[in-house]
Design a protein around this ligand. Structure first.
Ligand code: MLT
Length: 394
């Protein structure tokens, strides 16, 4: 047997595992200190009551021989796919139900989708960005080129006509920088993909934070995207499903090449390697789209939006440069005093017991930057910004 030696080319630990390890080590050595975590973007508010009610009722259905469910459809139950279709319609996007595939989250699908593409493809990935895109392609041995996201371009790189790519990753609003593409900027990416016969893998996991109407909530709001884009989304951040697990991927039927259809290949892939998301969980996810569900998740999102505002205002007061925090739950800041990302991570942990995520973990252009999440509780966020203020005000 031989191992896949591409694994030698990824960092030893996944970024958020590394942050968790270092935090746990510090906490074990300083049990008297209270550590406040604004690192991984994990939600802190419980599931909405409408979701809980639907979950309970689905559990009851599973206890009755007349309503019990065994294996579900590989692509997800129609009751949930229909709700997602209606949600897209409310954003002006028409989809067919069989273009929507339910999964256990955007992260898995973003990694698994690579099964349907040739290993010979060249991949264009923004730097910095969510590390899953790079790590999964490195594991598969694909050639990666980078689109530099920098303070100069507002962390929103645009296509360069002299560079060819086959697979393009876009995350908007972006993780980690919080920067979000306008519809006209996304149109340039769609035209570029079209010209290069490329596919855009569009991560819309944070679309629910977009308030500004000029920004896209879905790549399919852009003309021409149906022939060149696949969209990934999740209930994790929208409705607090990080521990419950449910997401979806949209693959238009128009994405075809050499007699193959991405939609059909993905169904073939999923039916071979995946037995679907639990019925109970899909029932809970469907309740997100009820009137009560929408009202309740909106109230939760407002808490995170207020946290983001508070962090941003604190940085304004301290005169620290940052992006994000407006149409995004992430705040991306320049480390003070030219500290490196990991230096600032240690400095903040040791002197304020606040955990964030080092920008360098998201790519080389992230060096010298640092990410704070607005997904902490209101109490944690308030306490963390006081500590940051006290530490950095001088
Ligand atoms: C993050 O902190 O970047 C996210 O929580 C990671 C994820 O969604 O997998």
């Amino acid at each position: 047997m031989n191992f896949n030696l591409n694994f030698n080319n990824v960092t030893q630990n996944y970024l958020f595992a590394e942050v968790a390890n270092r935090t746990a080590k510090y906490a074990a050595a300083h049990p008297e200190k209270q550590v406040l975590k604004l690192g991984i973007g994990d939600i802190t508010l419980p599931l909405a009551p409408a979701v809980i009610k639907a979950l309970h009722s689905a559990v009851d259905e599973m206890s009755n021989k007349d309503t019990f469910q065994g294996y579900g459809p590989y692509e997800g139950y129609d009751f949930l796919r229909e709700n997602i279709r209606t949600y897209y319609k409310s954003n002006g996007v028409e989809l067919d139900v069989d273009e929507i595939f339910i999964s256990d989250g955007a992260k898995s699908d973003l990694g698994n989708i690579l099964d349907i593409f040739s290993a010979e493809n060249t991949v264009l990935i923004p730097d910095p960005v969510y590390p899953v895109y790079v790590d999964t392609n490195v594991m598969a041995g694909r050639k990666i080129i980078y689109a530099n996201a920098t303070a100069e371009n507002g962390f929103l790189p645009m296509p360069e006509s002299n560079i060819h790519a086959d697979i393009i990753y876009i995350c908007s609003p972006n993780n980690p920088t919080g920067a979000a593409y306008s519809k006209s900027q996304l149109k340039e990416w769609v035209d570029y993909a079209d010209k290069n016969n490329a596919i855009i893998l569009y991560d819309a996991a944070y679309e629910c934070f977009v308030k500004d109407k000029s920004l896209a909530r879905s790549v399919f709001q852009i003309d021409g995207a149906r022939t060149c884009a696949i969209e990934f989304c999740s209930f994790s951040k929208t409705a607090g499903f990080t521990g419950t697990r449910c997401g979806y991927t949209v693959i238009p039927k128009e994405i075809k090449k050499d007699g193959g259809s991405a939609n059909k290949m993905w169904l073939r892939r999923q039916s071979t390697k995946f037995n679907g998301v639990p019925y109970i969980v899909q029932k809970g996810a469907a309740a997100v789209f009820t009137e009560q569900g929408q009202r309740e998740i909106f109230a939760n999102l407002e808490v995170y939006n207020r946290n983001a505002k508070l962090i941003a205002e604190t940085l304004d007061e301290l005169g620290i440069w940052y992006t994000g925090g407006k149409n995004s739950p992430y705040i991306w800041l320049k480390c003070p005093h030219n500290m490196s990302s990991w230096q600032f991570f240690d400095y903040l942990l040791e002197n304020a017991q606040v955990v964030g995520t080092p920008g360098a973990g998201f790519g080389k252009n992230g060096e010298g930057f640092f990410r704070l999440t607005a997904f902490g509780s209101e109490k944690t966020t308030f306490e963390a910004v006081q500590r940051i203020k006290n530490l950095l005000k001088n």
